[in-house]
Ligand binder design. Sequence first.
Ligand code: PLP
Length: 296
Amino acid sequence: MDFDLVTIQPIQAAWLSAENISLDVLRLDKIHPIVSGNKWFKLKYYLQEAVALKHTTVATFGGAWSNHIVAAAYACQEAGLKSIGIIRGEQSPALTATLKLAKEYGMELIFVTRESYRKKAAIINDYATNNWFWISEGGYGEQGAKGASEIFQIADFSNYTHIIAAVGTGTMLAGLVLSAGNHQKVIGISSMKGNVSLHEEVLSLTALQKPGATFQMIHDYHFGGYGKYPKPLIDFINDVHSNYRLPLDIIYTGKTFYAIKDLVTKKFFEPASKLLMIHSGGLQGNKSLPRELLAF
Ligand SMILES: *Cc1c(COP(=O)(O)O)cnc(C)c1O
């Protein structure tokens, strides 16, 4: 992982200058071509704990295109740990690009039906005698939030008025809430449809260190739901790439950038606001698309 590769990319656009708003993008996607973005930060303390507790094998959950699965495989290999991926759905004849890489990074894949996948406690129980160290799906949890809070150590972000990031489990957002200054507003853009419990999740992940923390969760930019990529989203991602040389992913960051543009245009932010978008990575997941959809 090379944090020196992270850049802060200013976006120059008429829709920003018209509102006297500035937007920078923190390019966490650049730290590694596959293990990009926030997953590395979220995994750090889980793996430290696994090593400290003398586990030799880490197990976790994810789908066939999961950013978390491939990041966990890589991070475990780096940490000298064996990794197991419990993968949602029956194994298809050909592995996805994501699972192929996870395997190359040494992960053993165990496929379970969608129905069994929902019963994670039962799966953990099935393997109870193996002494595996379990990490929740997506790296969800307090250790994940603690790791994500270190995103703020990359540079001095105190000048920004708003920090905006994509939300899956809410773990990264919790980390950002923990490290943001009181003068900064933290805004999460949910990639899921109507997952209203996310607000409570983030509150509970931050309760110990920052009780009653304030942040905003926005649910209006799911584009039909998690993993959905209707044409307007694809067109938008292609436009952003050709206008600003900024590659976005279909699950998280594409929706977040879209939300920022829409909110700016609707005068959601006061004039002179300085926005920082966290580009949390996820570009490897774009390989799930038919080849001709994205121009990059
Ligand atoms: C996992 C992921 C997220 C969501 O992070 P959470 O901590 O689960 O909310 C956002 N962006 C990308 C690219 C991701 O891979």
